[in-house]
Design a protein around this ligand. Structure first.
Ligand code: S6P
Length: 595
């Protein structure tokens, strides 16, 4: 790296921590100085930027402003929560540990509870963990952003899973400390302390928790957090909220937010399991060691920068040509593929077919609460073979995701089938150094194979969790980078954000303010005009609430780009639509207007 680039990146690594940097925004919504020009970067530079952003997760505390992942207070709270889980594991009668969240946070709740229930099953213990995702299991595989705004729905779903339980450890996950659905659940816990102990996981300091009124409620997310802070003093509530730095694409908490959620909760639950079942007490050192293993995971993954860049380039080309990217996975790596693919829809306004995931064994392997979700959600490899493969050609990317513990002969069979239609076949395989998995034939079939070699692990379960995190980082980089190359991002903002809940509505208004320089009121008006597709706002529209606006926006596309073109040029909506049709690359359309 050139000296100037190095000096510049060193200062921008910490720039977001300054109190003057985008002071009105919480960390989770700030734009990351490291990725300011990600929209102009090559594939390999995008990967380097994403690596630098991910590395911010493990930076040490550098002042009093923000707690970090490895801060003493954070580690101490992780220990306390692990001990709470340990107590329940040792006497699970009438007890439950519930993990809940919206969007990515709910998906990770599912992934983590599945893994730890499996671990219990292996010890012939009954399941103790339950997950809740706003919008139900369909939200595991698709974007269901509206239920995030519904605190009552959150409360009801929590009551339902906890029926008959006398002791519940509730872990609410909201990266931005913002989802009303989770606020409602925490409120329920605070109302019934005899049953519920609330834990909140998120990545903003308490004073940055969202403070907007929630319709029909007397509490806000921030007021709930403040009450939890009081209770935390007597260890009756717990806040795990280190800052991990702004996301590479502003507000895209599926990335670092999701990774850090996985890290923190796996550290807690692993420590609890070790304490309950192998007599290994929860210690500060043990927690720290586990965290360091995840830090190492980042190094091992990004050591494959070149391979990742090549994959990203291939996926970017496919998307640019209007073709598709398919992940074919085995085991929980496949679940990560399903998750990453589903997130492309709300994050990049992608089409359902653009990036899709498939899992060997289908719903049986996914093992979700609601089982098969119907013909709109076909996820098995057989579905891929019947519904997708026939239409593939060399312009489509297929990525195999597997580990040495999976059925390598099945991977090879799939590779052979795919090769009949496209040579654009790639593989990512995790294995322990020295392992001689018989997958040479797979390599020969693939145009690129990323072999990620891991040092012999302290434990099999830790290794598997590292493989999962590594796969998550890799897929997040791939799908984010491919959409950046497709021109979906302006600077480091997702322009074509769907305005389907109140958080996204506020983000869209802010983005319009930032890019147009117009006052907030004018930006909100332009946004509403684009949502309702009118050049003049009626009283009916202006007197409706955000829920009505976001409901209407469900069926709209290009809302923010249209509003921006109108704001910048003063043209009508119809003219703006024509303009965007002529220039479908949102980044270039916006640049043309700004020029
Ligand atoms: C973010 C993702 C969203 C969030 C969801 C919950 O990349 O698309 O679906 O996960 O909005 O956010 P939070 O802050 O409550 O975890």
């Amino acid at each position: 790296m050139a000296q100037s680039e190095w000096t510049c990146s060193l200062s921008s690594v910490h720039e977001w921590e300054s109190p003057d940097y985008e002071p009105s925004l919480p960390v989770s919504e700030k734009s990351n100085p490291l990725t300011r020009d990600i929209d102009r970067a090559s594939a390999s530079r995008i990967v380097r930027m994403l690596q630098a952003c991910d590395a911010q997760m493990f930076q040490e505390e550098s002042g009093a402003t923000y707690q970090r992942l490895l801060s003493e207070q954070v580690v101490a709270t992780l220990m306390e929560v692990a001990q709470k889980v340990e107590i329940i594991l040792k006497d699970p009668r009438d007890s439950l540990v519930v993990l809940s969240g919206c969007g990515t946070s709910g998906r990770l709740a599912f992934l983590i509870t599945s893994a730890f229930n499996r671990a219990l099953q292996e010890l012939s213990q009954r399941s103790l963990y339950s997950y809740i995702i706003a919008g139900g299991d369909r939200a595991l595989l698709s974007s269901q952003e509206a239920p995030e705004d519904d605190p009552k729905l959150g409360m009801l779903s929590l009551k339902k899973v906890c029926e008959g339980k006398k002791r519940v450890l509730f872990i609410g996950i909201s990266c931005g400390l913002s989802a009303p659905f989770v606020a409602g659940q925490l409120e329920l816990c605070l109302q019934h302390p005899e049953v519920y102990t609330p834990v909140l996981v998120g990545f903003n300091p308490p004073h940055q928790a969202r403070n907007e009124p929630i319709p029909g409620c007397t509490f806000t997310f921030r007021s709930v957090v403040q009450r939890m802070q009081e209770l935390a003093k007597s260890h009756k509530a717990f806040l795990i909220n280190p800052a991990v730095g702004p996301e590479a694409v502003s507000g895209s908490s599926r990335m670092k937010g999701g990774s850090a959620t996985k890290i923190l909760l796996e550290v807690v639950l692993s420590a609890a399991h070790a304490a309950a079942f192998t007599n290994t007490p929860v210690t500060y050192k043990g927690i720290l060691q586990h965290m360091r293993a995840y830090e190492k995971t980042l190094d091992i993954t990004y050591a494959q920068k070149e391979g990742i860049s090549a994959l990203l380039e291939a996926a970017g080309q496919s998307l640019q040509r209007g073709r598709r990217v398919c992940y074919l996975g085995w085991g929980s790596l496949a679940t990560l593929g399903l998750i990453d693919a589903s997130e492309c829809i709300p994050t990049f306004g992608a089409d359902y077919e653009d990036v899709r995931g498939f899992i060997s064994g289908g719903y049986r392997a996914l093992n979700n609460n609601e089982g098969p979700l119907g013909p709109d959600f076909c996820i098995a490899h057989e579905d891929f073979l019947h519904l997708v493969l026939p239409s593939l050609d060399d312009r489509d990317v297929v990525l195999l995701l597997y580990t040495q513990s999976d059925d390598v002969s099945d991977v090879e069979k799939m590779a052979l089938r795919v090769r009949e239609k496209t040579s654009n076949l790639h593989a990512v395989c995790h294995r322990v150094e020295g392992d001689t998995a018989a997958d040479d034939d797979i390599n020969k079939l693939c145009s690129s194979s990323l072999k990620i070699n891991w040092p012999p692990p302290a434990s099999g379960s830790l290794l598997h969790m590292q493989w999962e995190l590594s796969t998550k980082l890799l897929l997040n980089s791939l799908s984010t980078g491919a959409h950046v190359l497709k021109g979906k991002i302006y600077q480091n903002h997702m322009m074509d954000v769907q305005v389907t809940n109140s958080k996204l509505y506020c983000r869209a208004t802010r983005l319009l303010q930032k890019l147009s320089g117009c006052p907030e009121i004018q930006c909100e008006e332009a946004l509403l005009k684009a949502v309702y597709r009118v050049d003049e706002l009626t009283v009916d529209i202006t007197s409706s609430d955000i829920i009505t606006h976001t409901h209407t926006a469900r069926n709209r596309t290009k809302v923010v780009p249209l509003a921006l073109v109108c704001l910048l040029t003063g043209c009508s909506l119809m003219e703006a639509e024509t303009h965007l049709q002529q220039q479908p690359i949102v980044r270039e359309a916006v640049e043309a207007c700004l020029a």
